[in-house]
Design a protein around this ligand. Sequence first.
Ligand code: ADP
Length: 346
Amino acid sequence: MLPRTSITATAPVDSGEDDPERQSSVSGECVSAAEEYPESAAEEYPESAAEEYPESAPEESSGSAPEARPDTTASDASTGQTDAAGDRPVRIRASGVARRYQSDTADVRALEDMSLEVTDGEFFCLLGPSGCGKSTFLRLLSGLAEPDAGEIEIHTDADSDRPATSMVFQNDGVLPWKTVIDNVAFGLKMRGVGKRERYEIAREYIEKVNLTGFEDAYPHQLSGGMKQRVGIARAFANDPQVLLLDEPFGELDAQTRRYLQGELLSLWHDSERTVVYVTHDIEEAIKLGDRIGVMGTRPGRIKTTVDVDLARPRTRENLDMARLEELKTRVWDVLSEEVQRSIERR
Ligand code: ADP
C-alpha cells in the first residue's frame, strides 16, 4: 500500500504568478546514503554505449546565469492501486486537471481536463508543441503550483522519508554562488542532513555524472552541459520518489545532449525511479521513454499515449530502426495536427 500525496483544486484562479514564498519554502526530504554506483550501468551500457553516447562530453560554452530554484516535496495520504496491466503500482495519477493564468491583460487556459497515470519506475515522456502546458503540468506535479480543477495524486512509499519529487529545470537549476558540491548537496542540507553525510552522498553523484575534480568549481566556471549534470546529480542525490525533468537538455548541442541522455538513463536504470520527462523532441522521447504522452495544443491535455516497445539499451546496434521510424511516424501524425493548430492560432 502506497501512501499518497494528493493535490486537489481548492484555490481560486490566481493572478498568474505563483507565490514566491511558497517556491522558496518547499524542499525535498533527506535520504540515507545512496548505494555504491553499481557495475550494472556499465553492463547496461557496454562498449556500444560509447558509440551512442560518447565517452566524454564535448566542450560547449556556458549558459546564462541560473536562478535559484528549490527542489520540492509534498505530504502523504494513502492508496495502493495498480495500473491497467495490474503489475506495477500507479505512482502518479492526474484526473481532469485544469490550470489557467489570469492577469489584467491576459487570460490563458494552459491546461484543461489533463489526465494521465504513470506507474512506478516508469520513464514517462510528456511531448507536445511549445506552449501547450507541459511545464505548467510539471510545476503542478512538483507542488510549486496548484491546479484550479481536478486532482493530482503522487503515491509515496509508506515507510520512506524520501521526498515525493525533485525537479531538474532547463537552465536555471544551479545556484551561481555555490560550488558544485554545495549545489549537489543543497537539497540534503535543506532537509538537515549533516555535512559529512551530505558531502559523501554528493561526491557519489558527482562521480556518477563524471564531474569528479570539479567539486569546488563555481557554475560560471562550467559549460552548459556540466551545469546540467550538476542539476541532475542534485536531483538524484535527493533520492526523490519521482524525478521531474523539464527539457533539461533542450539548450545543449546535439552531441552533449546525447551524452547526457546516456548518463541520465544509466542513473535511472540503477535507481529504478519514476521519471516524468518533458520534451518537444520526438526522437528524444522515443529513445528515452517507456511511454510517451502526446499533448494537444493549449489548453493542453493528453491526446494519446504511445508505448515505446523498443528493447533497452537503445544503443545504435541494438536499436530496431524500422520500429523507431514507425513510432516516430505515429507520434508525428498526432503531433503535426497540434503543431499546425498552434501555429494557426498565433
Ligand atoms: P510549455 O511548457 O508546453 O511550452 P507552458 O506550461 O510553459 O507551456 O505554458 C503554457 C501556456 O501558459 C503558455 O501560453 C504560456 O505563455 C502560459 N503561461 C505559462 N506561465 C505563465 C504565467 N506565469 N503567467 C501567464 N501565462 C503563463
